[in-house]
Every structure is written in structure tokens, then in C-alpha cells.
Design a protein around this ligand. Structure first.
Ligand code: IDC
Length: 337
């Protein structure tokens, strides 16, 4: 009897070891796959459809992924900076893997002039052809409550999501910065717009939170009951400090998946500073929590958040980078931490 038990134990032990060997082999194979096969030229081809798993953003293999990149300024004003040369520079020299198209609603945006749709489509195609992720941002701001132009939002997202229904590249940001409204209003808007997008595809959707996308605890007790939803957290280093990082930590602890779809080194006006010390704290925080982030903005406007000097032409090089631009380039190259 003892002998039988002993033999059985040895068998089990051997089986365990060989299992372990197999998993170890599989793991190292997977690692090889990630390290050797992803680079800037096949970023989306490799990572494919993104998903939200708990608070994590993951790729098609369920591997963690961190998107990092730049946002346009308002396309109605600075759209000419979204061009082939600049997108290639951001990809090759800044290691950006995502670009955000800020399409304002009012102030000369879609509500005022629907021709901007053609530009958005042209820009999306350009970014897709560079194998990058692209955030299509319905940039509400002065129109505080997203329900103000809900019907237009539904029309817009129906057009884009049916046109790009098979494209893993697109991330939908359905309301940049709600303000002076309530989570109840935002949630009911989001549910309607999400329903329209979901008829076409299952891509990740980012939902703004109240108070210019800072009230990230609101969804904790009242989540949107859909797959692949994230909530935006926006900060400007001269205005938003540790208290907002603390709120973000609490939100993450409570299961709110966060995406920093806009941040700047200036104060919240887009000017002032620059505030590199506080921005560095934010960068550390985002990297530690594997949060994805997108910096405001690719423009040569005379304001400190602009990544280019006022003298920059539409196609920029290193000499054209503003103080903010130089800093953000280093952030994206992982030189700041
Ligand atoms: C700012 C621009 C500025 C423009 C203003 C109003 O930097 O040039 O005049 O919008 O359109 C946000 C907004 C973003 C703001 C940015 C800085 O999403 O549109 O851009 N900001 O103020 N939220 C917090 C800060």
C-alpha cells in the first residue's frame, strides 16, 4: 500500500513538473511575441481590438496596454497640423501610439459647420494608415450638458461607427468635458449614444465625467452597464494636484476604469506656468497605474499648453517644440519618471 502511494506521489510530482515546464515555455513564448513582434509599425495590427477588463485596458490577447499620445487642438482652428508628416513624426520620434481628434461641437465645430466631418474622416484614415489608435472626440465644452446636442451626437457617432465598424483603431470619446450638469444627465446621454455605436461595433468608448472630467467618483456607485467603457479623467498640472490623484486612486479602487484623454502642463485655462514638477508627479502616477494618456495640444497657439512655438509652420521639427513640447516628448520617450 505504502509503495503504491509512493509511486502515485512520484507520478503526480512528475506530471506537475512537466506541466510547469509547458506553462513556462508558453509564457516565454508569449513574452517573445510581445517583445519581438510589436513595434511602432504594427502597433494596432498586433494589439487589435482593445477591451476593458476591470479597470485595465487590454489588447486582443488580454495583455495590458498603455496608450500614449497627443491631442489635436480644435480641428476647426488648428486642423492643418494633423498631416502625414506630423503623424509620422509623433509615431517615429515621440513613440506615440494614439492620436486624438478634438472635434468641437460649438465654437465653429460640428454643430456650426458639418463640413468638418470630411476632415475628421480624412484624419481618421491617415491615422489608421499609420497603424495607430485614434480617439474620435466629441469635444463639448461651453455646451456643458451633453444632452444639449444629443441628436447631433447620435447622428455623428452613427456615421462614424458604421463607416469604421470593422476597424480596431477607433476609440470613441462621446463627451469631452461635461460641466455644470449631473452624472444622471451624463449617464442618460451616454447610454443613448452607446446604444447607437454598439449597433455597429464593440470598440472602447470613453465617457466624460462632470466638472470638466474630474468627477471620476460619480460612476463608482452608478456604472454604465455595458462592456468596454472607460471614464475620462482630465488634469492640468497648474490647477489639479494631489487631491485629484487621490480621487483617481479611490475611483480605481472602486472599479472605475480611467483614461486620461486630455492633460496639460499649463493651468486649466490652457495657459500659465509651465508646471513641470506637478506634471512629473502626474506622469509617475499614470505610469504606475498603467493609465493611458493624451496630451493637449498639437498647435502653435501662443499659450503654454501648445506643444509648438508660435513660429512653427504646419510641419514641425524638434526646433519648433515649445517648452511644453520638449517636456511631453520626453514623457512619451519615458525619459521623465
Ligand atoms: C482650450 C484651448 C484654448 C481655447 C479654449 C476654448 O487651449 O486655446 O481658447 O480651449 O476653446 C480643456 C478643454 C480644452 C481647453 C483646455 C485648456 O478640453 O478645450 O482648450 N482645457 O483650457 N479642459 C480643461 C482645460
Amino acid at each position: 500500500m505504502k509503495k503504491i502511494v509512493l509511486v502515485l506521489c512520484i507520478c503526480l510530482l512528475l506530471l506537475g513538473c512537466s506541466r510547469k515546464e509547458v506553462t513556462e515555455k508558453e509564457n516565454s513564448k508569449n513574452k517573445e511575441k510581445v517583445v519581438d513582434k510589436v513595434d511602432k509599425n504594427n502597433f494596432v495590427s498586433y494589439n487589435g481590438d482593445l477591451k476593458v477588463n476591470g479597470v485595465r485596458l487590454v489588447n486582443q490577447y488580454n495583455e495590458d496596454i498603455q496608450l500614449k499620445g497627443i491631442s489635436s487642438h480644435g480641428l476647426q482652428w488648428f486642423g492643418s497640423f494633423v498631416n502625414e508628416e506630423n503623424i509620422k513624426t509623433l509615431k517615429n520620434e515621440f513613440n506615440s501610439n494614439v492620436f486624438r481628434l478634438a472635434m468641437y461641437t460649438i465654437d465653429g465645430g460640428y454643430i456650426d459647420n458639418k463640413d468638418i466631418l470630411d476632415e475628421v474622416i480624412k484624419d481618421i484614415d491617415l491615422i489608421i494608415s499609420n497603424d495607430l489608435y485614434v480617439i474620435v472626440d466629441w469635444h463639448i465644452l461651453n455646451d456643458g450638458n451633453p444632452n444639449t446636442y444629443k441628436n447631433e451626437a447620435i447622428e455623428f457617432f452613427d456615421i462614424i461607427s458604421s463607416r469604421y465598424k470593422n476597424s480596431p483603431n477607433i476609440i470613441y470619446e462621446i463627451c469631452n468635458e461635461p460641466n455644470n450638469t449631473s452624472w444622471k444627465e451624463i449617464k442618460s446621454y451616454a447610454e443613448e449614444v452607446i446604444r447607437v455605436i454598439r449597433k455597429n461595433c464593440n470598440n472602447v468608448i470613453i465617457v466624460g465625467t462632470n466638472t470638466y472630467s474630474q468627477d471620476v467618483l460619480d460612476p463608482a456607485s452608478d456604472m454604465i452597464n455595458e462592456e468596454n467603457i472607460m471614464y475620462s479623467l482630465h488634469f492640468y498640472a497648474g490647477t489639479h494636484t494631489e487631491y485629484l490623484r487621490q480621487r483617481a486612486r479611490e475611483a480605481l479602487d472602486k472599479g472605475v476604469a480611467l483614461f486620461v484623454s486630455e492633460w496639460g502642463v499649463s493651468d486649466a485655462s490652457g495657459n500659465g506656468g509651465v508646471f513641470f514638477d506637478e506634471a512629473t508627479k502626474w506622469v509617475k502616477f499614470m505610469n504606475e497605474n498603467n493609465l493611458s494618456y493624451v496630451s493637449w495640444s498639437l498647435s502653435n497657439k501662443d499659450e503654454t499648453s501648445a506643444l509648438l512655438k508660435p513660429s512653427s509652420s504646419n510641419v514641425f521639427s524638434d526646433n519648433d517644440l515649445s517648452e511644453a513640447g520638449g517636456f511631453v516628448k520626453n514623457v512619451l520617450l519615458n525619459n521623465i519618471d
